[in-house]
Every structure is written in C-alpha cells, then in structure tokens.
Design a protein around this ligand. Structure first.
Ligand code: MD3
Ligand code: FE
Length: 215
C-alpha cells in the first residue's frame, strides 16, 4: 500500500517529507556539470563496483565512496572502512564543493554545522533498485544524512520505523537534494526499480550520493 505525496516542486522550493526531512528541489542544479566532473575523477581512482551482500546477493546498484570512510559490504557483513578493498588504497578525498553542498543543504533543513566524513556514491542503470533498509551503521545518529540525485529520475520509498510500515513514494529528479535527520533519521527507505528515461547529461544513468557523519 503506497501513499502519494505529490512533491512536484519547482527549483528553489522545499517540500517537507517528515518532521525533520525535506526535499530541496533543484538545490544543486547550478553545479551539476562540475559535480559530474568530480565524480568522474573519483571513479577513475575508485571505480563503481557491484558489491555482495551478507545474504549472498550481488547489488544491482554500483557503489563507490569518497571521504575518510567508505561504506562497504561483502559476504561477511557491512562496515565503514578507510581503505577501498578493491584498490587497497584510501578512498578519494571529499572535494570542497561536496562539503559545501552538504553543509548548505543541511543548514537549509535546519541542521547547523554538518561536516560529513563519508560520502557513498551509488550508480543506477535501468532496472537497478535498492530494497527497503535503514541507514544505521553510522556511530553518530544525531547528524543528518544529505542525499543528492543526478541524472535519470527515480522514486524513493519513504517508510516508517518498522519494515512493515506503509511507504510513501517520493519522485526525485536531477538536481534534487533530500535531507533527513532527527526523528526521521532511522526511517526505512529504498529506491524503486529505475525506468529508462535517458538524461541529456548523464544518459541512462542515475547517480546518488549520500553524505554521512559516521564518527
Ligand atoms: C532515509 N541511497 O545509499 S537516500 C543509501 O537513492 C540510500 O541511492 C538512496 O538509501 C539512493 O543508503 C538515497 C534515499 C532516502 C529516502 C528516504 C529516506 C533515504 C531516507 C527516509 C528516511 C531516511
Ligand atoms: Fe539508505
């Protein structure tokens, strides 16, 4: 059972999704070309890869990271690591533009002085999806998470505090940012299977990056 929220805002608008969760429409639109260049530099060092879950499934979403810590999963479980297991080297550094966007988006949603130490970058191709989960591997749950969407549109599933709670469907577009913290920080969420709606700059690809404060 799904509830439609109709958050089809104009660039510059802010749609509340919960008491401490906001969709900032088009928040990074002025920076998308520069963000794409930075992501290409990051993935040149630490490429997207399809990781294995502890349940034995290969994720349909390709992952990489930048920042001091990166989120990884394998057959043994999830963890944040300072080293990319694929290269044996530290993850690429968080570019200054990323840090500025994360801080300003968090501030717009009411969270002052957000300084992330991790940025998980997800790459979706048509058919890729993210099943319902909670982000709870971060030690500091008082900090918000900031999510930036680029390329093809997607539909977020925005649930409650139990996996079985009713989910809302929230469409997100190229340039949108979602911030969630406070009582919304541990909500279940996911991404519906992507449909192919090629984007002028990103083609048949969606990139999402999430800024987190882990430690
Ligand atoms: C959290 N990625 O990497 S956050 C993840 O589009 C992840 O790739 C999403 O979830 C993606 O862990 C971006 C989407 C999201 C939506 C609603 C939420 C996260 C939420 C509601 C509450 C808490
Ligand atoms: Fe998540």
């Amino acid at each position: 059972m799904s509830l439609e929220l109709f958050p089809f805002g104009q660039a510059g608008e802010r749609t509340p999704l919960g008491p401490s969760a906001f969709l900032l429409h088009g928040f990074v639109l002025p920076h998308t070309a520069q963000l794409q260049t930075l992501i290409q530099a990051i993935t040149g060092q630490s490429p997207f890869r399809n990781m294995l879950t502890p349940g034995g499934y290969t994720m349909t979403v390709g992952l990489t990271n930048c920042g001091t810590l990166g989120w990884t999963t394998d057959q043994h479980g999830y963890c944040y690591s300072p080293i990319d297991p694929m290269t044996g080297l530290p993850w690429p550094a968080l570019p200054n533009l990323f840090l500025t966007i994360a801080r300003e988006a968090a501030q717009t949603a009411g969270f002052e002085d957000f300084v992330p130490d991790a940025c998980l970058i997800n790459r979706y191709v048509p058919g890729a999806r993210l099943s319902l989960h909670q982000d709870k591997n971060e030690r500091d749950l008082s900090a918000p998470i900031v999510s930036v969407s680029l390329g093809m549109p997607a539909v977020f599933l925005f649930g409650g505090h139990a996996r079985s709670d009713k989910t809302a469907r929230v469409p997100v577009k190229h340039g949108d940012v979602v911030v969630w913290g406070g009582e919304d920080r541990l909500r279940y969420h996911g991404v519906m299977p992507l449909t192919d709606q090629p984007h002028p700059l990103f083609g048949s690809e969606r990139i999402n990056f999430t800024f987190r404060k882990v430690r």
